[in-house]
Unconditional design. Structure first.
Length: 105
């Protein structure tokens, strides 16, 4: 299991509007090996908001398939020209431990 986080720093007041882009179907949900996507909104710090977009993949190959796809290029078209975006970083994590609630029965 692979988790990819895209942390996007945006100007204060723009977090929710940028997050809306991720709510519409953009092709990622149809990619082989895609498990889920979540968009997290952080608190305002020093006039900026932080969005953390997490995607969960079955493996690295599935994620690479997404980033090399036409759907990826289409969904990211014009994102670099958005003046509300102050910067972004991409990180990858391999799942080592997962816990779920214990079943009391």
């Amino acid at each position: 299991m692979l988790v990819v986080t895209n942390t996007i720093k945006v100007k204060e007041g723009h977090g929710h509007s940028i997050a809306e882009r991720f709510a519409s179907a953009n092709g990622v949900q149809a990619m082989p090996g895609f498990v889920r996507m979540e968009v997290w909104h952080g608190s305002v710090k020093e006039g900026a908001e932080e969005l953390k977009i997490t995607t969960v993949w079955e493996n690295e190959e599935a994620f690479q398939g997404w980033t090399s796809s036409d759907a990826f290029r289409k969904s990211h078209r014009g994102a670099g020209g958005n003046e509300a975006i102050l910067g972004a970083t991409l990180d990858k994590y391999q799942l080592l431990v997962s816990r779920t609630p214990e079943n009391p029965n």
